[in-house]
Design a protein around this ligand. Structure first.
Ligand code: ASP
Length: 575
């Protein structure tokens, strides 16, 4: 409104053009928004050629729209620009989809024409949010005395639990660089190098299977400090996250964030990344049904298992819903699922009702705080399967859509090790994480607690960190427990073990995913919406065609020959 009467020069793209009784209207869109331009085609004949997505420059005067023609949906909806000059800077083919927020088009098409997709206001806003988040991070850490340091991307493997992405060496054929799964070892070397406070907005590469919040390459805020303890790290990260939230959401986050130990998180929510925006907590029913004649419960309890349940609240509960929930429980490894609906009479509708005594029913209802209409879900199984199954059902049935409210949480005291799929012992965070107690780690590795912590936002794991091992003797012991023999440890990590021998300061740090954080704060359902040029779910880029075949000459330079199956596929692609 303040601009009325001023002369402006605008440049952007034509959103749409309309001709009305000798007057042409078109909406001009640039990175900041939309404005309506009015032109007299008699004075500006080029307006007749304007089509969607033509790139144009306009000079003109900002005028108030005639009363009754204002558009309240537009920030500039009370004004328009009366053109004194219209210049076509470049023409455009008809785009494969409309450049507006509501696009009804396959994601592959959006990614193939990402440069057009990025013109959509929502994507523009996401890019802007991402940039502002990075600036807020830098501003905060700079004020706290952190140094921004870059670390290399052609390195040796950094074990973070994923498969490495490899890059073949031309000069040393047959040898490979790994792209960093994270700058973990380099940031630790920076601590040894005397950098007391380090950070980096770092690209990381993990050859993992794709999910909604995973990509082969992603961006983390990576941070490390010397001579500080866990709470110093958590406090710093709280400051950084609060600054980003203030920047993108304009709200103050309450700090310190609540904390749960890993055990508590698993017991109450069945996951190490609980969404605390809703209740539906897991309750222990083992005692209530301790003497039950119901064999499903009794056999599990006799076998050392547990009976746990959740109250999913009052909801419709049809046979097919019950079947779907049972299927889900089984897919998660549970033997089954017992469901109960509390009827108005106070009696319980459940396939298990006839096997349970009045007292047991009453006990279950009390333990779960059940009222009329509530649907109760119960799993009898080993502890881990029981809580994780209920945790997953809780999320499915209770999780609010979107991310209107924000609920941050620290999960602390993770186990140091966990069992791998093949039954061997593996690290839960990474092998450089310090144990809470070296004695426990040596005596009973399975029960050892790590000085590791995760940040969670609305049930999304933002990132992890830990206090590190700074004693080479302990580091060697951890490798040993992980089944990495001394010779292998020397070969793979000898250079790092040696570095630890030179007066390593106690240190620790953290890393969180910027993609995930911006995804939540922008209320998006996938990190692909906030990554400028992401890959599809199968790791390809429909725009550039990556990954692609390379020439025989390039392969020869690298000393690489393709396997017969790959050659067959290449010939098929060529044909
Ligand atoms: N390097 C770890 C990760 O990428 C984070 C850390 O321990 O600082 O998850």
């Amino acid at each position: 409104m303040d601009d009325i009467g001023s002369t402006v020069t605008l440049a952007g793209w034509v959103q749409r053009r309309r001709d009305h009784g000798g007057i042409t209207f078109f909406d001009l869109r640039d990175a900041t928004g939309l404005v309506q331009v009015v032109a007299d085609p008699a004075l500006h004949p080029e307006t007749a050629r304007l089509r969607m997505e033509f790139c144009v420059a306009v000079e003109g005067e900002v005028t108030a729209r005639p009363p009754g023609t204002e558009n309240p949906d537009l920030t500039t909806g009370s004004v328009e620009v009366t053109a004194s000059r219209v210049m076509i800077l470049s023409e455009a083919k008809t785009p494969p989809f409309l450049i507006e927020d509501r696009v009804d088009v396959e994601e592959t098409t959006r990614l193939k024409y990402r440069y057009l997709d990025l013109r959509r206001p929502r994507m523009t806003a996401n890019l802007r949010a991402r940039s502002r988040a990075a600036t807020a991070i830098r501003r905060t850490l700079d004020a706290l005395g952190f140094l921004e340091v870059e670390t290399p991307t052609l390195i040796n493997s950094t074990p973070e639990g994923a498969r490495d992405m490899l890059v073949p060496s031309r000069l040393r054929q047959g040898e490979f660089y790994a792209l960093p799964q994270s700058p973990q070892l380099f940031k630790q070397l920076l601590m040894i190098g005397g950098v007391e406070r380090y950070y980096q907005i770092a690209r990381c590469y993990r050859d993992e299977d794709f999910r909604a919040d995973r990509q082969l390459e992603f961006t983390q805020l990576d941070l490390e400090g010397s001579f500080w303890e866990r709470d110093d790290v958590l406090e710093t990260i709280e400051k950084v996250l609060s600054a980003v939230v203030a920047e993108l959401r304009g709200v103050v986050v309450e700090t310190p964030f609540p904390r749960l130990t890993w055990r508590e998180a698993m017991e109450r929510f069945g996951t190490d990344k609980p969404d605390l925006r809703f209740g539906m907590e897991i309750r222990d029913l083992s005692e209530v049904v301790a003497g039950s004649g119901f064999t499903v419960f009794r056999d599990v309890l006799d076998g050392g298992g547990v009976v746990r349940g959740i109250n999913t609240g009052g909801r419709e509960w049809t046979r097919s819903m019950a079947d779907a929930a049972t299927e889900k429980a089984k897919a998660l490894g549970a033997r089954g699922l017992v469901w109960m609906v509390v009827e108005e009479s106070g009696s319980v509708r459940s396939p298990a009702a006839k096997f349970l005594s009045e007292a047991e029913m009453a006990g279950i209802k009390t333990a779960l705080g059940a009222g009329t209409g509530d649907v109760l879900l119960i799993v009898a199984d080993g502890w881990r399967v029981a809580v994780e199954t209920l945790g997953a059902l809780r999320i499915e049935l209770g999780r609010p859509g979107g991310h209107e409210t924000l609920s941050f949480l620290w999960v602390v005291d993770f186990p140091l090790f966990e069992e791998a799929e093949d039954g061997s012992i593996t690290f839960s965070h990474h092998p450089f994480t310090a144990p809470e107690s070296i004695e426990v780690m040596r005596g009973d590795p399975a029960s050892a607690v790590a000085r590791a912590y995760d940040a969670v936002l609305n049930g999304v794991e933002l990132g992890s960190g830990s206090i590190r091992i700074h004693d080479p003797v302990v580091q060697r012991q951890v490798f040993e427990i992980l089944g990495i023999d001394a010779a292998t440890a020397e070969r793979r990590f000898g250079w790092f073990l040696e570095a630890l021998e030179y007066g390593t300061p106690p240190h620790g740090g953290f890393a969180f995913g910027i993609d995930r954080l911006v995804m939540v704060l922008q209320n998006e359902g996938s990190i692909r919406e906030v990554i400028p040029f992401p890959k599809t779910q199968t790791g390809s880029d429909p725009m550039t065609g990556a990954p692609t075949w390379v020439s025989e000459g390039q392969l020869a330079d690298l000393g690489i020959a393709l396997a017969p199956e790959a050659l067959a596929r290449r010939d098929q692609d060529d044909g």
